[in-house]
Design a protein around this ligand. Structure first.
Ligand SMILES: Cc1[nH+]cc(COP(=O)(O)O)c(/C=N/[C@@H](CC(=O)O)C(=O)O)c1O
Length: 401
């Protein structure tokens, strides 16, 4: 017998469980469009050339050791990560008002930030977009925050519910925390325009709402690292405070290395010093200190201008391939005269298309066509290729007719 004999079987994760089901399917025509992980035209995971070069340099470095990193992580990596998202000319960086800690990828950065806020911030409520990344509510609830939603997506227009967003944030208690996707909103692929971001910023600052940015796709939405950071930089430019979770999983293809950073932009340098000291008390009993390998790869690339440029070229290549998948899927549905307006496929940006297909149609496509996607109708465009697009278009056509 076991002391855990009474334990219930937990359900599979809505996103990562799709890969579990996909792996069990023996069909030769199966396609995995679930997890947001980039695949090449040949359907294979991609290790960027610049990452391989950086790893080679690290391995060849005779003085390389495997000592513990500080609780806050690799110092070079932290400085370079802040520069990447806030900009090399960021006033907040120049005034030493940014506390940055290396965390376990985007998820770890969100969790450490959530725990820090639950411990040290006066407002325990965090407003997250409806819909949002499936893990967000669990991360913040377990961190000790109270999760509420703000309207974000309008199914009727398949666009932003901007009025609903402004109303919900307008009626939030002053000082509440607001989670914002920096770019390439997951799962909808719908981002506010720069004008709308400015209205959001004004409303939030007028109510002292605390921005918590989640940047998991910088460079993936537009292909430009700077363009995809514009929303964040508008908030930093006004001198206000914010939290920022960064992930290198997608834009540097470091999924399994778990490389990310949490930055807190503070009102003054001496506050930033105290914030960093308190972040260490969150991290030490959680995982003590972060892994060295992935952060060393990122620091090697970001600090060398030639490697940085090579990275931006490879990143744009990934973004462009995803955009061409959008166009090809849209064209394939047009050719089939599939009923409905599918223009959102080419209007949405980032890794995902929020198709509008319902859970029954998703289940049908899995059973009949071995297409694997999340039940909310989200498709990871990076999982497609010229070879699989016709098969997906056939499945969508059959599902809606
Ligand atoms: C918005 C967002 N934020 C954070 C993460 C966490 O990424 P990390 O690997 O911890 O750096 C992901 C991952 N999203 C994809 C993978 C996943 O669900 O874990 C996805 O939505 O498929 C996000 O989509």
């Amino acid at each position: 017998s076991s002391v855990f004999a009474g334990l219930a079987q937990a359900p599979e994760d809505p996103i990562l469980g799709v890969t579990v089901a996909y792996n069990k399917d023996p069909s030769p025509v199966k396609v995995n469009l679930g997890v947001g992980a980039y695949r090449t035209e040949e359907g294979k995971p991609l290790v960027l050339n610049v990452v391989r070069r950086a790893e080679q340099m690290l391995i060849n470095n005779p003085s390389r050791v495997k000592e513990y990193l500080p609780i806050t992580g690799l110092a070079d990596f932290n400085k370079l990560s802040a520069k990447l998202i806030f900009g090399a000319d960021s006033p907040a960086i120049q005034e030493n008002r940014v506390a940055t800690v290396q965390c376990l990828s985007g998820t770890g950065s969100l969790r450490v930030g959530g725990e820090f806020l639950a411990r040290h911030y006066h407002e325990r409520t965090i407003y997250i977009p409806q819909p949002t990344w499936g893990n967000h509510p669990k991360v913040f609830t377990l961190a000790g925050l109270t999760v509420r939603s703000y309207r974000y997506y309008d199914p009727a227009t398949r666009g932003l519910d901007f009025q609903g967003l402004l109303e919900d944030l307008g009626s939030a208690p002053s000082g509440a925390i607001v989670l914002l996707h920096a770019c390439a909103h997951n799962p909808t692929g719908v981002d506010p325009t720069l004008d709308q971001w400015e209205q959001i910023r004004q409303l939030m600052r007028s109510k002292a709402l605390l921005p918590f940015f989640d940047s998991a796709y910088q460079g993936f939405a537009s292909g430009s690292l700077d363009q995809d950071a514009q929303s964040v930089r508008m908030f930093v430019a006004d001198g206000g405070e914010l939290l920022m979770a960064q992930s290198y999983a997608k834009n540097m293809g470091l999924y399994g290395e778990r490389v990310g950073a949490l930055s807190i932009v503070c009102g003054s340098a001496d506050v930033a010093v105290r914030v960093e000291s308190q972040l260490k008390l969150v991290i030490r009993p959680m995982y003590s200190n972060p892994p060295i390998h992935g952060a060393s790869i990122v620091a090697t690339i970001l600090k060398d201008s030639a490697m940085f440029n090579e990275w931006t070229v490879e990143l744009k290549g990934m973004a462009d391939r995803i955009i061409s998948m959008r166009q090809q899927l849209f064209d394939a549905l047009k050719t089939r005269e599939t009923p409905g307006d599918w223009s959102h496929i080419i209007k949405q940006i980032g890794m995902f298309t929020f198709t509008g297909l319902n859970s029954d149609q998703v289940a049908f496509m899995r059973q009949e066509y071995h297409i694997y996607m999340t039940s909310d109708g989200r498709i990871s465009m990076a999982g497609l290729s010229g070879r699989t697009i016709p098969h997906l278009a056939d499945a969508i056509h059959a599902a809606v007719t």
